[in-house]
Design a protein around this ligand. Structure first.
Ligand code: DX5
Ligand code: ZN
Length: 228
């Protein structure tokens, strides 16, 4: 991906960080208007948690929802795949209009390189996620091939869980071995305080479900993440 396209995707000319509210905590009956509310307050990505009931003990949403949102919201569609066999389903999410696709290294086995290639060929952003107990060494050899590393700070599966400080410490390790352009996304239990910790470690992209969508003051919530 060339730098100009990346800048557009990141919207990084105006804000310090990218904010990607997780629609898992939104009102699914009014998804489009829910996402638009976050855009008004400065969120530029929309985090879509795809769960298959195998890789994680929960089932959420999939390709049809991404397809429905495509071109209906301004936010970049940030798809977090918590599914087994990601290589098999990535092409469907590309066709549906995903702008960023992140798969889990724990689910990809020996197909991680193949997953990255499929995503990059589509000229969208590629990310790899690691669960709280997965060491950074598991993704080290792919760091220069992807646009983003997602450090999970809860066990994937549900929104509204408690932030795991030990998992967040891995952000420092990722930042130390990454090139300047790498986006480090953090996901799980993020609020104004935990985002600040992660930003100090080197994260610059914040996923937040409950903190944004269940917050009576969504504006301040998003602003605190943009400037963490
Ligand atoms: C958890 C998901 C998260 C979740 C975050 O498996 O990947 O994106 O929705 O929710 P909060 O911010 O409420 O922890
Ligand atoms: Zn997520």
């Amino acid at each position: 991906m060339d730098d100009s396209l990346k800048n557009v995707l990141l919207n990084n000319t105006r804000c310090k960080n990218i904010v990607s509210p997780s629609i898992l905590s939104a009102d699914f009956a009014n998804l489009q208007s829910e996402i638009k509310k976050t855009e008004i307050f400065g969120a530029s990505w929309c985090h879509i948690d795809v769960m298959d009931g195998h890789f994680v003990p929960n089932i959420t949403i999939g390709v049809p929802v991404v397809k429905s949102l495509n071109n209906k919201v301004k936010s970049k569609l940030d798809v977090h795949l918590m599914i087994e066999n990601p290589d098999k389903y990535i092409p469907d999410f590309i066709s549906a209009g995903a702008d960023i696709i992140t798969f889990h290294i724990e689910a990809a086995d020996d197909k991680a390189k193949q997953c990255i290639e499929i995503i990059k060929e589509a000229n969208i952003l590629a990310g790899i996620a690691i669960k709280p107990k997965t060491p950074v060494s598991a993704v080290e050899k792919y760091i220069n091939l992807v646009d983003m590393i997602l450090v999970m700070t809860v066990e994937p599966g549900f929104s509204g869980q408690k932030f795991m400080p030990d998992a967040a410490e891995k952000i420092k390790e990722v930042r130390a071995i990454a090139s300047g352009n790498l986006i480090i996304q953090v996901d799980g239990g993020i609020n104004n305080e935990t985002a600040k910790i992660c930003a100090d470690y080197g994260a610059n992209c914040f996923v937040a479900g409950n903190y944004v969508y269940k917050n009576p003051d969504m504006k301040s919530a998003i602003e605190s993440l943009l400037s963490a």
